[in-house]
Design a protein around this ligand. Structure first.
Ligand code: HEC
Length: 240
C-alpha cells in the first residue's frame, strides 16, 4: 500500500512537471510584461506591442494612424517664423568643426533675411541687443556694460577690436565662443540675424563691410585675449 502511494505520487508529479514546464508557446503567467518584453517603439509609427493584440483606442492616436507622437496643436507659433534656421548649426560639433565653421562664417557678409525689410530688422535687432547683450557689451558696443563697469565681470571685448562679420556674429550667437555663451535658446534664428545686423550697422560701420576685411581671418582669433587652448584649436582647424 505504502509503495503504491509513492508510485502514484511520482507518476502524478512527473505528468504535472512535463505539462507545466516545456511549453514555449504558452509561457506561464507573467506579471508586469513590460519588464520582460520591453517595447522600444517609434512614436511616429503605430506601436507594435509584443504581448498584446489590444488596439489603442484613444481617439487622438487612432486618428493619427496609431502613432502616439502627435503633431503641434493648431495655432502653434513656429520658432523659426523667418524660415532661416540652419539645422546643421545646432548639431554637436568637434572643436575642429566648430573652428572651421567659425572661420567660414566670417566670409558671410549678408543675412538670409529679406533685404527689403533691413531697416525694420535692424530696429528690432537694436531692441533685442539692448535687452539681451548690452549688460555686458554696453549700449555703445565698447564692452563697457554695467556688469563690466561694476567690476563683477570682465573680458568683454570692444566690437571695434574684433574682426567680425554679420555671419560670424550670428555664428557666435548660435554656438557661443569662449566665455560668450550661445543665445540659441533665447533668440529665434531670425532674431539672431537681426541682432547681428544691428551690431554690424551700429558698431562696425555697416552691415556689409568690404569682403577684403575678412581676408585677415586667422589673425582675428589670435589678437583677442584667447585662452591657450583656443589658440591651439585655431591653428589646427582643417575643415570637415
Ligand atoms: C555675460 C556677458 C555677455 C553677454 C550678456 C553677451 N556677451 Fe558677447 N561676449 C562676452 C564675452 C566675455 C566675449 C569674449 C569672448 C571671447 O573671449 O572670445 C564676448 C564676445 C562677443 C562677440 C565677439 C566674438 C568674436 O567672434 O570675436 C560677439 C560678436 C558678441 N559677444 C555678441 C554678443 C551678442 C549679440 C550678445 C547678446 C545677444 C552678447 N554678446 C551677450 C560676454 C557677453
Amino acid at each position: 500500500m505504502k509503495e503504491n502511494i509513492i508510485k502514484i505520487t511520482a507518476i502524478i508529479g512527473f505528468v504535472a512537471f512535463s505539462l507545466s514546464s516545456c511549453s514555449k508557446e504558452n509561457p506561464p503567467l507573467v506579471y508586469f510584461p513590460d519588464m520582460y518584453f520591453p517595447v522600444a517603439y517609434d512614436p511616429l509609427m503605430k506601436a507594435d506591442i509584443a504581448y498584446s493584440d489590444h488596439e489603442n483606442e484613444i481617439p487622438a492616436f487612432v486618428k493619427n494612424n496609431g502613432a502616439t507622437g502627435l503633431g503641434p496643436v493648431n495655432g502653434t507659433v513656429s520658432h523659426d517664423v523667418d524660415g532661416v534656421a540652419d539645422v546643421a548649426m545646432n548639431a554637436a560639433m568637434t572643436p575642429d568643426q566648430y573652428n572651421g565653421g567659425y572661420d567660414e562664417s566670417k566670409l558671410i557678409v549678408a543675412s538670409p533675411l529679406n533685404p527689403a525689410n533691413q531697416k525694420k530688422d535692424i530696429e528690432r535687432g537694436k531692441g533685442l541687443y539692448e535687452k539681451t547683450c548690452s549688460a555686458c557689451h554696453g549700449t555703445a558696443g565698447d564692452g563697457q556694460g554695467p556688469i563690466v563697469v561694476s567690476g563683477a565681470y570682465s573680458g568683454v571685448p570692444n566690437y571695434a577690436d574684433r574682426q567680425i562679420t554679420v555671419g560670424s556674429v550670428h555664428y557666435v550667437l548660435t554656438n557661443g565662443r569662449n566665455s560668450m555663451g550661445s543665445y540659441a535658446g533665447q533668440l529665434t534664428p531670425g532674431d539672431r540675424w537681426r541682432v547681428a545686423l544691428y551690431i554690424m550697422s551700429a558698431f562696425k560701420g555697416g552691415v556689409n563691410p568690404a569682403p577684403a576685411a575678412t581676408t585677415a581671418m586667422p589673425m582675428a582669433a589670435t589678437t583677442v585675449d584667447a585662452k591657450p587652448a583656443d589658440a591651439a584649436n585655431v591653428t589646427t582647424s582643417p575643415k570637415k
